[in-house]
Design a protein around this ligand. Structure first.
Ligand SMILES: NC(=O)C1=CN([C@@H]2O[C@H](COP(=O)(O)OP(=O)(O)OC[C@H]3O[C@@H](n4cnc5c(N)ncnc54)[C@H](OP(=O)(O)O)[C@@H]3O)[C@@H](O)[C@H]2O)C=CC1
Ligand SMILES: O=C1O[C@H](COP(=O)(O)O)[C@@H](O)[C@H](O)[C@H]1O
Length: 500
């Protein structure tokens, strides 16, 4: 049902609180969504299910949209549909919605660097456009690259040469690219230049799915629309900020990929750093995407070089049992890194970014710890400090550790409300042409500038990953680092996820 999200997000929705000038609207007319790498893991687990949910809710209309899968694997339309079906909600029961959605999908097989496949793809898309009586130039083509980044350059070249929206009279061609976008500053810049020669920045959507998560989307509203926070959000009041990602499973079948990248490139340089930007940035001039991204870049450019003694790396025991991981791998599966922002608001406040696989639990959260109360007459140190916690997942919640409790648990407060998947929102934003929640080229560059020197030292074996037990908190040294950064363990109120 179209519009469902808007009613659900009444309290905190950025869209309703801040109607943007020239708000991007979904245009009507023929829309072709092309998933390149359709045979892969991301496509079946995330991309197609997100498209299905958009379809179910009426954001994709069957009289306008057609979906194309493209990859080298030689399979039929029906075989692709069978692969996807099990990952769609209700897919196993074969509901009418599922069948109708799957009928919108057509598969084209071809290589990523030769014209023939893309010419065939273009022919299939044009056939769809003609069948919808689309006028020249009014068709919209969205290419989603669910592919390893190594093939982005040839694929972009093929799209540009053989599969663009034909006329410049309206309509558009947009491409969505996945992370990891490069391995360090030089490779990311090279990739950006290669793609930048073919597409304009407004056509490129660098996806970071953490920017599509409900509470990440609400961060700016929370910070800038609540007077309560405005005077407190600075070095005078905040002692430290933690941004934490934990998974309770290991690399499981992705060891070969993961070992090339490690946890800093997989999670910290992108997902956690993007969250840091939204926590630390100044108020943008407006909610226009470029104004927001301008402020994010400024924060990134104010981060000072990382010191080795403010880094703890870990690797869980058993990681190297994966046959695709070399026996001598030093790749971190855990990292805790302290960042310092050199500006008026944040000087002296450590931002601790921590991420790990195979840990004791699965969660992602932002934890803002306030300083001790000056002139405390209650001698209440044992109560601990105030903490403001934004739980991104699971069980989205915002809560405050006070001397009593203040708790906004989403599934209690917004009962029955379905929070859309991050990928759904972001694909919809791409169709609307809204780049606010995508990473701009200069943002990406600034993010790599922060981590590249550290990553090179790790790659050269200068910083070792410490072993830790699976299902633990990670290396004990990370807790020592946290204490050194001034974090004080808070006792008293313990937040318990609600059970309904
Ligand atoms: N899987 C996930 O959970 C996540 C993935 N990502 C990112 O999304 C992108 C796709 O990921 P994922 O689906 O897991 O990747 P896969 O390894 O499953 O690759 C996707 C498809 O790309 C083709 N492919 C694989 N390797 C190569 C190669 N070396 N050269 C050319 N084509 C190749 C294959 O299709 P065929 O052989 O049929 O052409 C494959 O089905 C990557 O950039 C990844 O980092 C980001 C977040 C999460
Ligand atoms: O990008 C990635 O994210 C997932 C975690 O995503 P989440 O939405 O489930 O938190 C992670 O497992 C994967 O390693 C990484 O590439």
């Amino acid at each position: 049902m179209a519009g469902e999200w808007h009613c659900e997000k009444r309290t905190l929705s950025k869209n309703e609180s801040f109607p943007r000038e020239n708000e991007n609207m979904i245009e009507t007319g023929c829309l072709s969504i092309i998933v390149l790498g359709a045979s892969g893991d991301l496509a079946k687990k995330k991309t197609f299910p997100a498209l299905f949910n958009l379809y179910r809710q009426g954001f994709l209309q069957s009289n306008e949209v057609h979906i194309f899968g493209y990859a080298r694997t030689n399979i039929s339309d029906e075989e692709l549909r069978d692969r996807i079906r099990g990952y769609l909600p209700g897919g196993k029961e074969r509901t009418e919605d599922v069948s109708n959605f799957l009928q919108l999908i057509k598969y084209v097989s071809g290589s990523y660097d030769a014209p023939e496949g893309f010419q065939a793809l273009d022919k299939a898309i044009s056939g769809h456009e003609l069948s919808k009586n689309s006028m020249d130039g009014t068709s919209r083509r969205l290419f989603y690259l669910a592919l390893p980044p190594s093939v982005y350059p040839p694929v972009c070249k093929m799209i540009k040469n053989y599969a663009m929206n034909k006329y410049d009279l309206g309509g558009w061609t947009r491409i969505v690219v996945e992370k990891p976008f490069g391995k360090d500053l030089a490779s990311a810049e090279q990739l950006s230049s290669q793609i930048g020669e073919l597409f304009e920045e407004p056509q490129i959507y660098r996806i970071d799915h953490y920017l599509g998560k409900e509470l990440v989307q609400n961060l700016l509203v929370l910070r800038f629309a609540n007077r309560f926070f405005l005077p407190l959000w600075n070095r005078d009041n905040i002692a430290n900020v933690q941004i934490v990602f934990r998974e309770d499973f290991g690399t499981e079948g992705r060891g070969g990929y993961f070992d090339q990248y490690g946890i800093i490139r997989d999670i910290i340089q992108n997902h956690l750093l993007q969250v840091l930007c939204l926590v630390a940035m100044e108020k943008p001039v407006s909610m226009k995407p470029e104004h927001i991204r301008d402020e994010k870049v400024k924060v990134l450019q104010s981060v000072v070089p990382i010191k080795d003694d403010e880094v703890v790396l870990g690797q869980y025991e058993g990681y190297k049992d994966d046959p695709t991981v070399p026996d001598n791998s030093n790749t971190p599966t855990f990292a805790s890194v302290i960042l310092h922002i050199h500006n008026e608001r944040w000087e002296g406040v450590p931002f601790i970014l921590k991420a790990g696989k195979a840990l004791i639990s699965r969660k992602a959260e932002i934890r803002v710890q306030f300083k001790d109360v000056p002139g405390d007459i209650f001698k209440c140190q044992k109560q601990g400090r105030n903490e403001f916690v934004i739980r991104l997942q699971p069980s989205e919640a915002i809560y405050m550790k006070l001397t009593s409790e203040l708790d906004l648990s989403y599934n209690q407060r917004y009962q029955g409300v379905v929070i859309p998947e991050a990928y759904e929102r972001l694909i919809l934003d791409t169709i609307k042409g809204d780049q606010q929640h995508f990473v701009r080229r200069d943002e990406l560059k600034a993010a790599w500038e922060i981590f590249t020197p550290l990553l090179h030292r790790i790659d050269d074996g200068e910083i070792k990953s410490l072993p830790y037990k699976p299902r633990s908190r990670g290396p004990a040294e990370a807790d020592v680092l946290l204490e050194k950064a001034g974090y004080v363990q808070t006792h008293g109120y313990i937040w318990i996820p609600p059970t309904l």
